[in-house]
Design a protein around this ligand. Structure first.
Ligand SMILES: NC(=O)C1=CN([C@@H]2O[C@H](COP(=O)(O)OP(=O)(O)OC[C@H]3O[C@@H](n4cnc5c(N)ncnc54)[C@H](O)[C@@H]3O)[C@@H](O)[C@H]2O)C=CC1
Ligand SMILES: CCCCCC(=O)/C=C/[C@H]1[C@H](O)CC(=O)[C@@H]1CCCCCCC(=O)O
Length: 177
């Protein structure tokens, strides 16, 4: 199961929280209800789509960034629970940098950016500087997460400079009992 739907809307920021975070939480709980071996399910993999903006401050997209930080915190937490509870379900996060999809067009719209519309050129400059990923690389990262049976609570990052790699949380990698 992939919880992928997302919006970039700083003007209607409550919608951004609802779609990007609340729906991911709801989707994950519904998925676990059906997939968890504790409920008679067959197990499986859930991938929640965050963003590099979920790991870094995003000055011109504060609520988008907050929603994506939330996705990472929720996913890592519920992944720890799934492991402790032997659900047989692995739950991971993918954090792409800029990807060539229609979402990027929202950066140029006042109806999406609200008061941060004035900074649209700075965001466009960042895209020029960091580059824009082809969606196929995100698909490749997701397939590898599905196939790697050891991955649970992983936070995959995908950038033009480093390709597919993982965030290392060091001492905070797992829940301590
Ligand atoms: N394009 C980018 O640069 C990046 C995108 N992401 C994330 O990737 C995910 C996919 O986005 P993209 O394909 O880039 O954008 P997109 O705008 O092309 O696709 C977003 C999808 O979400 C769906 N959606 C939005 N609101 C919905 C709702 N209320 N109910 C059901 N579906 C809804 C849309 O119909 C659309 O199919 C999102 O979570 C986004 O935040 C993460 C990092 C970078
Ligand atoms: C329409 C929203 C798309 C958001 C895509 C995204 O994740 C952008 C994140 C940037 C945010 O606006 C502020 C940042 O610093 C984020 C990172 C930009 C990419 C860094 C790539 C670094 C590298 O290639 O090593």
């Amino acid at each position: 199961m992939v919880n992928n739907a997302g919006v970039n809307n700083e003007k209607d920021w409550e919608k951004t929280i609802n779609v990007n975070l609340t729906s991911v939480i709801r989707g994950t709980y519904i998925g676990l209800e059906h997939m968890s071996k504790k409920n008679g399910g067959q197990g499986g993999v859930i991938i929640n789509i965050s963003s590099l903006a979920g790991l870094t401050p995003a000055a011109y997209q504060p609520v988008y960034s907050a929603s994506k930080h939330g996705v990472i915190g929720f996913t890592r937490s519920i992944a720890a629970l799934a492991s402790i509870g032997n659900y047989g379900v692995r739950i991971n996060t993918v954090c792409p940098a800029f990807v060539d999809t229609p979402l990027l067009e929202t950066i140029e719209k006042e109806e999406n950016m609200g008061e941060f519309y004035q900074y649209k050129d700075k965001l466009k400059d960042m895209m020029k500087c960091y580059g824009v990923l082809d969606p196929s690389l995100i698909a490749k990262g997701m397939v590898s997460l599905i196939e790697d049976e050891s991955s649970n609570g992983a936070v995959m990052k995908i950038t033009t400079s480093r390709g597919i790699h993982f965030e290392d949380f060091g001492a905070h990698q797992t829940t301590k009992i």
